[in-house]
Design a protein around this ligand. Sequence first.
Ligand SMILES: [Zn+2]
Length: 593
Amino acid sequence: MGIVDEIKQRIDIVEVVSQYAALKKTGRTFRALCPFHSEKHPSFFVYPEQQNWHCFGACNAGGDVFSFVMKKEGIDFGEALRLLAQKAGVTIPSRFEPEAGKEERERLYQVNQAAAQYFNNLLLNSPAGEKAGEYFAGRGLSPKTIADFQLGFSLNSWDALKQYLMERGYTENELLTAGLVIEAEVGGTHDRFRNRLMFPIFDIRGRIVGFGARVPDDSLPKYLNSPQTLIFDKSSCLYGINLATAAIRQQDLVVIVEGYMDVITAHQNGFNNVVASMGTSVTEKQVGTLKRLTRNMALALDADAAGEEAMLRAVGYENTLEAEVKVIILPKGKDPDNVIREDAKIWQNFLEEALPIVDYTFNMLTAELDLNTAKGKSLAVDKLLPIVAEMKDTVRQAHYLQKLARLVKVSQHSLEATLGKIKPSQGKRQAKEPGQERITQARRPLLSSPVEEYCLALLLQHPELKSRNEGLSPEYFENSENREIFTAWQQANAPSSLKDGLDSAIWEHLDSLITRSLPANQIEQKYANCVLRLREKFLRGLEIKRAELLALEAESGGTAAELAKLEEQGIEVSVQLGEVFTQRSRGNQKQRR
Ligand SMILES: [Zn+2]
């Protein structure tokens, strides 16, 4: 999730606005005298469900929490972002501070590289590293593989690494920041990694951001990782990604496994599109990184680990990727490392037999139910319908709805009715693990805006559209970051100068739009449709809000003049909506001809 989304998830617009205006709750909305213009009768509204605001008075404007703070404080997007981040308790990663911390980060990459070389040298050239060397040799690793992954070994010593690095000019503080040493309870610091097999973790650009470490025997804890640092965030790393990007692009497929050894063995056997997730589940950030390389993802899951939990998340990945996720089911107790070492051909077969993860979930969840009984049917629906409800792609959703209907021999129609009652996030909320991530994900569908993003991706990737005036206006973009990008695009003379006009916190979002894969045909037609849909969405939103307001006013006995004015504005919106429909039907006729 981007930093902008993260802030939005954590901040409640009602709370923010109430610091500037005396909000009063009226039904599902909050109302106040507009903080932007002077008025006697409140025409300013905040909508907690949509997390946005609108002034029906002189401003006749609205937006999200960012645009509110920008307007109210008279600051730009970047400043609003930092202000709200502070309120939300979100630390803005230093990579978004263009220059600040750059040197510090550079230094961390260097110290990690120096440590990796030290560990690697111990593995290859010291008597102490012999056992570790035997371990890797026992797993069949070649010297080339050990060099490619810069594998290493850490001594069973409290300060060997610390001394080595400090002799080379790194300070104790830098070693602490890099997570290579830790503070001891008795004071002072000591090496974090002792007597372990060392796996440097690289980012996509080939810089070492941290380390994974494994014990050379069966003692516990088996694995130890670098802590979160300025440059290491476990949830966004993918082990092996530095060596896998070319193959992922080429094969248009990424295979995700769990362990370091799984990746290494796969690569040594020529399966170069394999990366590991650094934990049991794949994160939204990781999927975001992979999406720039391919839409096709296959998860290699241990038969035991392939639980409901993973399945539920998978639909989230599918929504992010806008593609189907497949699953490779391994025999009980086996991991890719075992399978490939035994016979690479078997692994190849597993790959070819990968199943769409939703189909697999259907099979797995219904295997233990008796679908001839009422109880079995209702259990199947209870378990599977929330998964179907999560799907954003309506065509796929319809497909699986049909499948479920056939399975339980119930009419599709009645399932659809139940589906309508399930909020998109319900399935997630039912899952067991109530973490931060889950809560934020639950609100996510509300805040993302696929049409806005699709439209921007078209504009950014097709400069020729700039000359086409379809009447697209910044106010059609409800999300501030999208609005910012659109405005910058309007003002930029060349695509390359786009970033100059944008806060660096939005660059990541911008990059994802620029690299998003789009269909290649009928671009102008698609753009025109997009603009129509955005206009319609905007006008409809306005209409709904105005109707609510009108009802409120009528109830509380608003003056005739006010009511008339609202009616008038409402008519204006209806006329514009009518225009949208006329244009659309004209467009459809054109297509049919
Ligand atoms: Zn106003």
